[in-house]
Design a binder for this molecule. Structure first.
Ligand SMILES: Cc1cc2nc3c(=O)[nH]c(=O)nc-3n(C[C@H](O)[C@H](O)[C@H](O)COP(=O)(O)OP(=O)(O)OC[C@H]3O[C@@H](n4cnc5c(N)ncnc54)[C@H](O)[C@@H]3O)c2cc1C
Length: 434
């Protein structure tokens, strides 16, 4: 029977952490929630990462009668969060890898391990790599990022097999870890950092910290250089403080103000060119400029920026009706591109879709993000943001978030490192394992 049980929807929303205004709106709703639809409503989700897996699960929790199909080529998903910790040897690959068993068995999400190759917004269909065609009432697209390989002369998808980006976790992460382990004693590690906007603002600098932690133990004369096309970066003062305290002179950072924007790379000779200098290194991690995942372009969801404009309450595309974009691919106002943001948006988007399908009032958006970074195993720092829609743009609520204090004690840094590990456990438990 196609009846939405309002009590179970509200219970599900409360458990999801979605804000009270939305729950209140649903409580106060005067509409008859016995559905406008007379047939099973179909939602297809493209991408089983932080955004897609969350929206799939929460659609089923908010309304078990919706048929939810998740399209994801991989049978297991290795998270980028924690992948820097792996480079320092703090965690193994297994602990960062999740599968879809729970979504299938516990939440009755239908999972198809295929690549989506085309979307037809007119006929409301998705075509898969094997030729199958799925129809939808609502489509959610959460394909993560793709790289602008041509942004630096000489770098390419093929070059990433020699100078890894490791900005999508998996074989790239393992390749970078191997190169770090095999680097000659006293050698030089070089990171070419990405321009804004990119996934995980503090991620490159946490990576540098973790590599420094590894070198401190296994290759103490090694040096690390970062060439950055930006003039500043997330939690910069906190990172510099930690680097100085823990790794002395090992790490050198140069920004756009120093001319450090890399214009060309000679892959064979492991040499990079910028106005700052021509630098040769033993291991080079190139994190290229980024854009929305490929299917977002194929589906006509991107604008001139290379990202996807969306309604800031519902995450419905501004360009294609009944298609929603969440996670890294979306232009989500002040929210950073992070796993936490993607998951928070997944919950809001699920609520918006249920409201649309069941003729309920639209939720009032409230999103949250926390980005923890480890500077060492026992030195954690964080940045937190809470967001609301102001003037049709997701904006940060002043005073609701914040950054770790510069003056924290060692015990407080250790506590934040423990919180970082607990954050990882709880968010991955919520998305894939509970
Ligand atoms: C080193 C590093 C560290 C990070 N640390 C943190 C952290 O500590 N905290 C945090 O919050 N965030 C962190 N992030 C950011 C986080 O990983 C991303 O922001 C998050 O994964 C975005 O979620 P998403 O759903 O948009 O994309 P993803 O999680 O990348 O998921 C996209 C999925 O879509 C699939 N897909 C793509 N195209 C198709 C298609 N055509 N058909 C079917 N499936 C498709 C892919 O296989 C993939 O599984 C980190 C990132 C990096 C690189």
């Amino acid at each position: 029977m196609n009846t939405l049980n309002r009590r179970s929807l509200i219970k599900g929303l409360a458990a999801s952490g979605i804000s009270f205004p939305l729950i209140g709106a649903l409580h106060g709703c005067s509409h008859n929630s016995t559905v406008k639809a007379s047939r099973v409503q179909k939602v297809v989700v493209i991408g089983g990462g932080f955004g897609g897996a969350t929206v799939a699960k929460y659609l089923k929790r908010f309304d078990a009668e919706i048929e939810v199909t998740l399209i994801e080529p991989k049978t297991t998903y290795m998270t980028c969060p924690g992948s820097n910790w792996y480079l320092a040897g703090l965690v193994d690959v297994q602990s960062l890898t999740h599968d879809y068993t729970n979504l299938i068995a516990k939440h009755q999400v239908r999972v198809i391990h295929q690549m989506a190759t085309a979307v037809d917004a007119q006929s409301k269909t998705v075509t898969l790599e094997n030729g199958d065609v799925l129809s939808y009432d609502k489509l959610v697209v959460s394909p993560g990022i793709d790289f602008k390989y041509d942004a630096i002369d000489g770098y390419s998808k093929e070059a990433a097999q020699i100078l890894p980006h490791a900005w999508q976790a998996g074989t790239q992460t393992e390749l970078l870890a191997k190169q770090i382990k095999e680097m000659p004693q006293g050698g030089r590690f070089l990171m070419v950092a990405p321009p804004n906007p990119y996934r995980c603002a503090p991620g490159p600098y946490e990576r540098i910290s973790m590599i420094a932690a590894y070198f401190k133990e296994h290759n103490p004369r090694a040096t690390i250089m970062i060439l950055d096309p930006k003039t500043k970066f997330s939690k910069q003062a906190l990172f510099h403080q930690g680097w100085q305290e823990l790794y002395g002179e090992m790490i050198e950072w140069y920004g756009a103000q120093d001319g450090a924007t890399v214009s060309k790379i000679d892959v064979a000779n492991k040499t990079v060119y910028s106005d700052f200098d021509t630098v040769t290194a033993d291991v080079i991690n190139v994190i290229p400029a980024q854009k929305a995942g490929k299917i977002a372009f194929t589906a006509g969801l991107t604008d001139a920026t290379g990202w996807c404009p969306v309604n800031q309450d519902t995450f419905e595309s501004s360009l294609q009706k009944d298609i929603y974009v969440i996670g890294d691919s979306a232009i989500a106002g002040a929210m950073p591109k992070s796993g936490h943001s993607a998951s928070s948006q997944g919950k809001m988007c699920a609520a918006a879709i249920v409201s649309a399908l069941r003729d309920l009032p639209m939720p009032q958006t409230r999103n949250v993000n926390t980005c923890y970074s480890l500077v060492s195993k026992d030195w954690g720092i964080s940045i937190v943001g809470v967001y609301e829609n102001r003037d049709n743009r997701i904006a940060e609520i002043k005073g609701a978030g914040g950054v770790s204090p510069m003056s924290a004690s060692l015990q407080e840094r250790k506590m934040e490192a423990d919180y970082a590990r607990a954050w990882y456990k709880s968010i991955t438990m919520d998305i894939w394992n509970a």
